[in-house]
Write a protein that binds this ligand. Sequence first.
Ligand code: S3P
Length: 430
Amino acid sequence: MVEKRISPQSSALIGELEVPGDKSISHRAVIFGSLAKGRTKIDHFLDGEDCLRTVDIFQKMGVSIEQQGETVVINSDGADSLIEPKEPLYFGNSGTTARLMIGLLSGLPLFTTIYGDASLSKRPMDRVILPLSDMNATIFGRSGGKLLPLAISGKELQAIQYTLPVKSAQVKSALLLAGLFANGETIITEKAKTRDHTETMLGAFGVKLNVDGNTIRMDGKQSLKPTRIYVPGDISSAAFFLAAAAAKPNSSLVIKKVGLNPTRTGIIDVLMQMGAQIEIRNEERIGGELLGDVKISSSSLKGIEISGDIIPRLIDEIPIIALLATQAKGKTVIKDAEELRVKETDRIAAVVEVLTTLGASVTATKDGMIIEGSQELTGGNISAYNDHRMAMMGAIASFFTKEDIIIDDISSIAISYPSFFEDLKRITTN
Ligand code: S3P
């Protein structure tokens, strides 16, 4: 446990910053690079705990991966060369590693057992296991096959046509990874578009797939060709500073080379709808992913309703959006976000508890919350619920409190943003 006391921050957020690499893209780069025969180099990789789990797992399956900070070099003999790990594989807190690897391991001729930390052991895995079972996968798990630990006896799979009942890029990606090794054509349809980094990066690794609206078609038995990946800055990490700068008077901040994939930019849309002043500059596309610089200046904000298809485009940003809503004039209503209940913690309950402790007026609903603005926050003792995004939201709250905030444990921040406090210091003047 690493407790942290933060005094009220009177400073505005000023300057320029590049945030660490995108977590979703970093995981996928390691997975696909390990499946491709040859040398894959990844630049601006996220050197955070979750992504390092993915690196460790492929090393345990015999892939040569050299990781030094933000640079990763993978030399692989391809998917056929992966060896059966001698020990159970540990996924820590990482839901992305878990869901994607369950899909992949189901279709490889290996026996594996996998487990995670207390939080991951509570998160639903049946959302991937059920469709994988339709593909003929053999997976055993706790609680009737719903929870980690799991045992996977990988084998040849049959492609399926599947409409995702949950809005989840992890489930979509698990099925695409299984489909890569399956007989036949995998056809996946989403009701609302979720992040499409898997589809984009499979293309960069030479896999042929067809995306038509919300439907993806991909033939099985395709091999990946090695490539070079640049990971854009993580917009989910940038969101903490963007939100703080939007509401803290006299702020003017530029986040450089941040990922602007439209399936992830719901936060920018919300900030604009709330009245933030945003400019996007220097847009470019690298490896199929859009990135650019985001300039934000503070202004007066108003509450809005956030619901429907935008939710998957900002699902990880809802804790910081809720904090921001306490600083906006009027009510903010968040709906259709029931997925928050099964994140690293129940983020509806956790956000409401933290903001209420800080003196805000927030009500939980079954699929979201209602936040009254604009409110001066007090301060006090809050829990991060061992959830990196809750811990960073708690730290940013100090820009809007009258008294100190004491966060019970900030160690989870290392999952997605190890240099969070150093970076925060660079863009504040006090
Ligand atoms: C992710 C998908 C999302 C997101 C998570 C990363 C991914 O999860 O919340 O942080 O990399 O595919 P779900 O698929 O559960 O929505």
